[in-house]
Design a binder for this molecule. Structure first.
Ligand SMILES: [Zn+2]
Length: 150
């Protein structure tokens, strides 16, 4: 999963505030739990606080009972990357956007292979949709493939 590749640049600072060991991975269960329970956001400087708030707003808002361990954060992160790609950013630009916006570090190469994998999945979906006579879905899928591949 692409979310497994995302690391917080300030993971060690979050760890110090939380007072227990945290992995660097932004979407690890312990990190998500730390961010949603009892971290004092005011302890960070303004820029970092803004990044964590964006992270919170974009990935951690859902009404699932077991939130943030429900899978929504990881899914929303993957969606965000696809959305950025479909808006015309390449894998390097996406990596620097994620760093600016959320303080997340991720290798452009990982983003690129995620995009390639996604295209393969969409191609399979498009073929199946056509076989099942779901032309509308096939067309929509092809449009996403076009936007990711261009
Ligand atoms: Zn959820």
């Amino acid at each position: 999963m692409i979310a497994d590749r995302a690391r917080f640049r300030i993971a060690r600072r979050i760890e110090r505030l939380a007072g227990y060991r945290l992995p660097d991975r932004a979407f690890s269960g312990t990190m998500l739990t730390a961010l949603t329970s009892g971290i004092n956001y005011d302890a960070f400087d303004f820029a970092v606080r803004e990044q964590l708030l964006s992270f919170f707003n974009d990935f951690l808002r859902c009404n699932c009972r077991d939130s943030p361990l429900c899978g929504c954060p990881e899914r929303k992160f993957a969606q965000k990357i696809l959305e950025l790609r479909e808006n015309g950013l390449d894998h390097r630009q996406i990596a620097s956007f994620l760093l600016d916006e959320y303080g997340i570090e991720i290798f452009p190469a990982d983003i690129l292979s995620f995009l390639e994998d996604t295209v393969h999945v969409l191609e399979a979906l498009s073929d199946i949709s056509r076989l099942k006579g779901r032309q509308e879905l096939a067309k929509k899928t092809d449009e996403h493939i076009r936007l990711i591949e261009r």
